[in-house]
Design a protein around this ligand. Structure first.
Ligand code: C2E
Ligand code: MG
Ligand code: MG
Ligand code: MG
Length: 288
């Protein structure tokens, strides 16, 4: 009996593994198709405003990739980016995102909407890839846009894997003139000694600390520590995932520079973001 049960659960286990693997392979195949045929329009870049906490003015946006596949429907980036990374597809996707964003920045400028600053997320393998610096340089030149209008976001995990190599890669990106943000700060492990050596412009306080920043003393303490750490290292601080007025007031009162979150706006399709640029009104802050 026991043997039978054992065999059953083993069969169940492998069946489930097979199903998981089949699901992954199917998604991988769809993802490959989407990259090979960008004309199908499965990918889109959405733009989430980044807002100055002192004046309420919109300062720029973060580019967030969206994938809508005819078979799988809408798949969130937290699901397909790790898969793309596993199958070596992130570099191709990343180049498409950079290209799309650079063309969009140029278009906004041509429409008289100013030089909009956009930060693009870089995957780990993209960051480490030798072609990334020449690709970024080439795109800036081809679209005729200033390096100051492009930012790149990387996570702690990306830079801390091989910190010495990361310092070098960051230097090369900085030399082009693009701004660099350390994303999801506080969720990985960062050596403070390396943080000092990384040529980074912005620390982004992870949403997990922002969520309870007004309710939990420990999260407030972490947020305040990140703000003073950043300022002491001459970096700016952006709080991500800001959803309430109370969070805005707390962060503004404690010197956080910028925020991003549903409180101001969700990530928007390019057309909706363009409308926002046309009619942009500063956010009303309580202490201004
Ligand atoms: P991230 O870079 O930390 O981006 C912030 C995420 O928080 C986004 O999720 C955004 O939609 C979400 N968010 C912003 N404000 C709020 C808020 O107030 N409340 C809540 N609940 N969520 C908020 P999204 O767009 O699903 O992206 C998830 C992650 O996928 C990103 O995290 C980033 O790591 C990755 N990602 C997105 N686009 C790209 C891309 O083009 N390339 C790469 N390599 N990764 C990307
Ligand atoms: Mg990001
Ligand atoms: Mg983030
Ligand atoms: Mg995050």
């Amino acid at each position: 009996r026991a043997k039978e049960t054992g065999r059953d659960s083993y069969a169940f286990f492998t069946e489930r593994m097979d199903a998981d693997l089949r699901g992954k392979l199917a998604m991988q195949a769809q993802l490959r198709g989407a990259i090979l045929h960008p004309g199908r329009g499965e990918f889109a870049v959405h733009y989430q405003p980044q807002v100055c906490l002192r004046t309420g003015a919109m300062l720029g946006a973060e580019a967030l990739l969206r994938w809508d596949n005819p078979v799988l429907g809408k798949v969130p980036p937290n699901r397909f980016i790790p898969l793309a990374e596993e199958y070596g597809l992130t570099n191709a996707i990343g180049v498409w995102v950079l290209e799309t964003v650079c063309a969009q920045i140029r278009q906004w400028r041509d429409e008289g909407l100013g030089q909009v600053k956009v930060a693009v997320n870089l995957s780990g393998s993209q960051f480490a890839h030798d072609s990334t610096v020449p690709v970024v340089e080439g795109l800036l030149r081809r679209h005729g846009i200033a390096a100051a209008s492009l930012g790149l976001e990387i996570t702690e995990g990306t830079v801390m894997g091989d910190p010495d190599k990361a310092v070098e890669a960051l230097r090369r990106l900085k030399d082009i003139g693009v701004a660099i943000s350390l994303d999801d700060f506080g969720t990985g492990y960062s050596s403070l000694a390396y943080l000092k050596r990384f040529p980074i412009d912005v620390l982004k306080i992870d949403k997990s600390f922002v969520d309870d920043v007004t309710a939990k003393a420990s999260d407030a303490a972490i947020a305040l520590s990140v703000i003073s750490l950043a300022h002491n290292l001459n970096m700016r601080v952006i709080a991500e995932g800001v959803e309430t007025r109370e969070q805005v007031d707390f962060l503004a009162a404690h010197g956080c520079d910028e925020m991003q979150g549903y409180y101001y706006s969700r990530p928007l399709e390019a057309a909706a973001f363009t409308t926002l640029l046309r009619h942009k009104r500063p956010l009303q802050l309580s202490d201004t």
